[in-house]
Design a binder for this molecule. Structure first.
Ligand SMILES: *Cc1c(COP(=O)(O)O)cnc(C)c1O
Length: 391
């Protein structure tokens, strides 16, 4: 049995008519950039996330970049973020000649370890970028507390977490000053190429974001500041307008799949329960701290990725690949070990154990297929294959 990591064709088949129609409608309109489809999407996203403003942009990376520009990040400013995330989170900070400051991860969620943030705040610190990694919220309550105390802006990287609700019921991306989302095809809400959106409840930031999206021009050809071409294509918005109403049902399926994995790993004697952080006789596979709130209808975790930890990760990876089971490592190299950040890191002294969790995550975690259209048989096959690996 073949189990791909992701099967976008399976999703396409279920809504082919509506999607094809949206593509043709856009072709017939010959309206390609921004315009009515993008405005419709921005309005729908505001309603869905319960926030005041949304600005469609060219990618999740550009969402982060334009957000940092909007809060006025300047060369030499410091921006705090987790050491363990997709490269874009850190890359955008460096592109503005500001300095990314890396914080170790929390072992339960792989999100930023909030207890280690304050140690790294200096007079140059201007913002924090929490990443809601794998589709689970960072500890926003504590992050907002720190931000308030030190007068920092909070830019949420929600690229993997659209539709995730924090414990107070608010959607991630609407809790800090600006929320950033990606519509890259493999995200929970993906378009037919690159796309993204920024959200905010602050009117002044909204106005700035809109102007920055079109080279900082307002009115046209008059530039008070320098922006970029961060515009979203109409064709992407048209696709997303078809998909957004289905997002919650897809997230629910992902959660169901995660629950099935958890049950099967436990039933097969590979794990004792979710959220265990130490290997034991009973815990060869460490399962995500999924916070399975039974009967809770909130989207506390949308499982953009289902991540397990195993000691012999690389050997397991080979075994899965040989058995035609899709898998991936998100991410093999934490920021503090990336060659491009060598110069940044020279300045701030860190001890050998400063990034102990992010290193462990990069060495021992692996993503298993979790997409909504996955069948129970496929999930069973993945667990059985992992069981036979341990035998
Ligand atoms: C995907 C991703 C991004 C970048 O989004 P793109 O649309 O690919 O530019 C940023 N941050 C995180 C955490 C991501 O997963």
């Amino acid at each position: 049995m073949k189990v791909p990591l992701l099967d976008l064709k399976a999703q396409y088949r279920t809504i082919k008519t509506e999607l094809d129609e949206a593509l043709i409608r856009t072709a017939e309109s010959q309206y390609f950039i921004l315009g009515p489809e993008v405005e419709k999407l921005e309005k729908s996203i505001c309603e869905y996330l319960n926030c005041k403003y949304a600005v469609g942009v060219s990618s999740g990376t550009d969402a982060l970049l334009v957000a940092l520009m909007a809060i006025g990040i300047k060369p030499g400013d410091e921006v705090i973020m987790p050491d363990y995330s997709f490269f874009a989170t850190a890359g955008v900070v460096s592109r503005l000649n500001a300095k990314p400051v890396f914080i170790d991860s929390d072992i339960q969620t792989y999100n930023i370890d909030v207890s280690k943030i304050e140690n790294r705040i200096t007079s140059k610190t201007k913002a924090i970028i929490p990443v809601h990694l794998y589709g689970q919220s960072a500890d926003m309550e504590e992050i907002l507390k720190i931000a308030k105390k030190y007068n920092l802006k909070v830019i949420e990287d929600g690229a993997q977490a659209i539709g995730v609700q924090y414990k107070d019921g608010n959607y991630v991306g609407t809790i800090g000053d600006i929320g950033c989302f990606s519509f890259f095809p493999s995200k929970n809400l993906g378009c037919f190429g690159d796309g993204g959106i920024v959200t905010t409840n602050d009117e002044a930031l909204f106005e700035r974001l809109k102007v920055l999206r079109v080279h900082g021009s307002k009115p046209k050809y008059y530039h008070k500041f320098i922006g970029g071409n961060f515009r979203l294509d109409a064709i992407q918005a048209a696709v997303l307008n078809v998909k957004l109403p289905l997002l919650d049902s897809w997230s629910a399926k992902r959660r169901e799949n995660a629950k099935l994995y958890t049950d099967l790993f436990i039933k097969n004697g590979l794990s004792s329960k979710s959220g265990v952080i130490e290997y034991t006789e009973k815990d060869k596979v460490l399962l995500p701290n999924a916070v399975y709130k039974e009967n809770n209808l909130m989207n506390y975790h949308i499982f953009n990725q289902f991540i397990i930890r195993v000691e012999e990760r690389d050997r397991l990876r080979e075994f899965l690949t040989k058995n035609e089971i899709g898998n991936e490592i998100y991410y093999p190299v934490p920021f503090h070990k990336q060659e491009c950040f060598g110069d940044v890191l020279k300045e701030y002294k860190y001890s050998n154990d400063e990034f102990i969790v992010s290193e462990l995550a990069s060495n021992e975690t692996i993503a298993l297929p979790i997409y909504p259209e996955l069948t129970h048989e496929q999930i069973g096959f993945v667990v059985n294959t992992i069981k036979s690996f341990f035998n």
